[in-house]
Design a protein around this ligand. Structure first.
Ligand SMILES: [Zn+2]
Length: 77
């Protein structure tokens, strides 16, 4: 059990997509689809859209890449 585990019911408030644990120094939940980072302060994620930070293009790519390699890559479309 790690602190980076995100409950399945917790989704992005904008697109309702799955969130990723923030990497690096920041404590945040990231939505790679929207390119938003939601700050986690004192263990409580701030899921207000207006308070979220915008990820840089590089960060967004890194999260998208991490996701695609961590999932089963079998095409299902
Ligand atoms: Zn989103």
């Amino acid at each position: 059990m790690t602190n980076n585990t995100i409950p399945e019911f917790l989704v992005c408030p904008v697109c309702k997509g799955p969130l990723e644990a923030g990497t690096g120094e920041r404590r945040e939940l990231v939505c790679p689809s929207c390119g938003l980072g939601f700050e986690v302060r004192a263990g409580v994620p701030n899921m207000i859209r207006a308070m979220a930070r915008t990820l840089s293009e590089a960060e967004r790519e890194a999260y998208a890449k991490a996701r695609s390699t961590s999932r089963n890559t079998t095409p299902r479309d």
